[in-house]
Design a protein around this ligand. Sequence first.
Ligand SMILES: [Zn+2]
Length: 176
Amino acid sequence: MAAAPPIPTIQRSRARTLFVQLWAAPTSLLGLLVSLVVLASGGSVRRVAHTLEVALQPRRLSRTSWWHRSRFGAITLGHVIIGRTHAELARVRAHERVHVQQAERLGPFFLPAYALASAAAWWRGDCPYRGNRYEVEAYAVDDPSARYHAEKARRTAAGEAIQSPNDSGTRHSATS
Ligand SMILES: [Zn+2]
C-alpha cells in the first residue's frame, strides 16, 4: 500500500487563522449546508486540523449504485471537505488541502474564480476539470501527470508541441 502523500502544514497566528476562516466563511457556509444534508442522511463528520471532513453513510454507498458508478471522490467547500468515506478523505487529503488554501486565499471569490478557470480551460480546448488551474495546482501535490497538464497549458500558450505522457501515471478518482 502506497504511503499517503504529505499534507502541507501552515503555521499561523491566531489572528491570521481567524481572518482566513472568516474570509473563507461564505464558501465554508455552503459546505456546512451540504454537510447538513449528508449528516441528516446518516453521514458522519470528523474534525481534522482546521477542517471538517464529512463522509457519506457507508450503507447508503452500497445501496445506491450511482455513487459506485460516479467518479466522485471528494469536494472541498472552504474548510469543509465532503467525501465518500473517511478512508477516501484521508487518501485525498493533501489534494483537498490545496483547495482549502485556495479558498483561504480567494475567500468569497473562490467559487466564481474556479468556475471561470474551468471555462477558460474549456475555451482553450483543455479538460474543464483537469485543465482548471486550481486543479492543476492541487494535483501537483500528489500526481506527476499534473505537471504534464501544467506544461501543456504553458506550451499551448507559447504555441509549442508537447509529447503525451506515458500511461504509467497514477489514476485518481475525480476530486474537486
Ligand atoms: Zn481538486
